[in-house]
Design a protein around this ligand. Structure first.
Ligand code: MN3
Length: 246
């Protein structure tokens, strides 16, 4: 046997074994997409962790349906709306689109919001994060709300009392101050239609699809659990960026 044939046979044996290993891996780690290339912010990005990574606070099946069905549909419908309403997605940032969303259709508003909110939401969570913010964000939260606990109460209250489907937010307003708000449906504070406007730093999805399988009608239990997986490092980064862009 020639050297190259032998190498080829070894290669096939190795990849053959890898193929079997992949086939017997748990479904959860196999179905998380693993694209090596970066895609437009208008497209759904790769989930930064496995579907089961946030257990026990968010169960794997909820994450899978939420990411691969609900959120992917917002991304697809946003793409359709951009074609129909002639948005040049290469030269228009998603944030700029959201800031002028009142000029477009309800389909654009729902799906641009839905896509942006979910892309942000995935990054706002991680397994075993630090329990509270530090640095300038921690200082600003204390200054605004009295304490971190008081902030959590205000945010949780906004999430609990949002009637029907929507989101709770911590945002930084144009004047640099922090605020807690909530929005209906897939609206967010970037939108020119939002009651309280600014840049969202932290957001919580309180649509039933985000928690119903595990928590059923107990939205407050979902909210209380969710504090265990907030990625404060990421929120701090967003706050620093928002301050420097002022
Ligand atoms: Mn959702």
């Amino acid at each position: 046997m020639s050297n190259s044939n032998q190498n080829r046979r070894q290669f096939l044996t190795k990849t053959g074994k890898a193929g079997i290993a992949l086939a017997t891996m748990p479904l959860i780690s196999k179905i998380v997409p693993n694209n090596a290339f970066s895609v437009s912010e208008y497209q759904q990005q790769v989930l930064p962790y496995a579907y089961n990574a946030l257990e026990p606070y968010i169960d794997a099946l909820t994450m899978e349906i939420h990411y691969s069905k609900h959120a992917s549909t917002y991304a697809k419908n946003l793409a359709d709306a951009c074609v129909a309403e002639k948005i040049d997605t290469t030269n228009t940032s998603l944030v700029a689109l959201l800031k002028t969303v009142s000029k477009y259709s309800p389909k654009m508003r729902n799906n641009a919001g839905g896509h942006y909110n979910h892309e942000l939401f995935w990054q706002l969570m991680k397994p075993s994060p630090s329990v509270a913010p530090t640095g300038v964000l921690a200082d600003a939260i204390t200054k605004t709300f009295g304490s971190f606990t008081d902030f959590q109460k205000a945010f949780s209250e906004a999430a609990k009392t949002r009637f029907g489907s929507g989101w709770a937010w911590l945002l930084i307003k144009k004047d640099g101050s922090l605020a807690v708000s909530s929005t209906p449906n897939q609206d967010n504070p970037l939108m020119d239609v939002a009651e309280v406007q600014g840049t969202p730093l932290l957001g919580l999805d309180v649509w039933e699809h985000a928690y119903y399988l595990k928590y059923q009608n107990k939205r407050p239990d979902y909210i209380n659990s969710w504090w265990n997986i907030v990625n404060w490092e990421f929120v701090q980064k967003r706050y620093a960026e928002a301050l420097s862009n002022k």
